[in-house]
Design a protein around this ligand. Structure first.
Ligand code: NAD
Length: 258
């Protein structure tokens, strides 16, 4: 099993879905974990679950799109458990909306959550990690960053920005002990995806059937990749964009004999 013993991690948007699974998996691997979410009850439930399983966790309730959150989150981690060594910029999401119906305010909200907050979070983490000699940064991007999907133009642009941001951090800071990588989840069963699929006829089954593995993914399957990238087991992996998508981004529309 991969070990994160002695590491101090912070995960944004860790109150549910992929973020929750990542926070719990990091704690199981031995890290002390700061669970950030804007939903206080959700964050508290994750901390309670980690502690009752014998792990160490602390909640930090804040909206990642607010200007002070990134620095305060990193400071909270350092004060509670010691210098931050793993930062997972995970909070994000958007419900599909056609481009011509997306006004400036809706566009700005999507960018603020899915790109600006990732930028400010990574910058705050770097300012603690660099003096400490290094650290590992993981960001949650999306399949919408590498292939276009209905109603996700702004979200996809933001998530593509996340992939480039991670490559840039890898190149700028690799020699100073920082690794930065991204996961590219495909359709993963979470509250956010369910909200969208529930609006569609036969939503989950129809979406799952489009995936080469024939089903939706589970948050725990993304968490396994995030824990690996965050850990010393990935010590020479830097600037990677790792799909966790059952083959979705490998697929070309084509006729099949089966
Ligand atoms: N589920 C998928 O199919 C899928 C696919 C690709 C990428 N992603 C990405 O994975 C990440 C997690 O998505 P999920 O599906 O697990 O979503 P989710 O809705 O299950 O969980 C998101 C969590 O983030 C929190 N959150 C939202 N906005 C926040 C903010 N401004 N500040 C702090 N916390 C905030 C929510 O309260 C919630 O607990 C997102 O970045 C999303 O874009 C998800």
């Amino acid at each position: 099993m991969i070990s994160l013993d002695g590491k101090v991690a912070a995960v944004t948007g860790a109150g549910s879905g992929i973020g929750r699974a990542c926070a719990e998996a990091m704690a199981t691997a031995g890290a002390a974990v700061v669970v950030n979410d804007r939903d206080a009850d959700a964050a508290a439930a994750v901390v309670a679950a980690i502690e009752s399983a014998g792990g160490r966790a602390s909640s930090f309730v804040a909206d990642v799109t607010l200007p002070d959150t990134a620095n305060s989150l990193v400071a909270h981690a350092t004060e509670t458990f010691g210098p931050l060594s793993i930062f997972h910029a995970n909070a994000g999401g958007a419900q599909p909306l056609p481009t011509d119906e997306t006004d400036d305010e809706a566009y700005r909200k999507i960018m603020a959550l899915n790109l600006d907050a990732v930028w400010s979070g990574i910058r705050a983490a770097l300012r603690v990690m660099l003096p400490a000699g290094g650290g590992s940064i993981v960001a949650t991007s999306s399949g919408a960053a590498v292939g276009a999907a209905y109603g996700l133009a702004a979200y996809g642009a933001a998530k593509a920005g996340v992939l480039q941001l991670v490559r840039s951090i890898a190149v700028e800071y690799g020699a100073r002990g920082i690794r930065a990588n991204a996961v590219i989840p495909g359709p993963i069963e979470s509250a956010a995806l369910r909200e969208w699929l529930d609006k569609l006829p036969d939503g989950a089954a129809a979406f799952g059937a489009q995936v080469p593995q024939g089903r939706l993914g589970r948050p725990e399957e993304v968490a396994a990749a995030v824990v690996f990238l965050a850990s010393d087991a990935a010590s020479f992996i830097n600037g990677a964009n790792l799909p966790v998508d059952g083959g979705v981004t490998a697929k070309l529309a084509s006729p099949s004999p089966e």
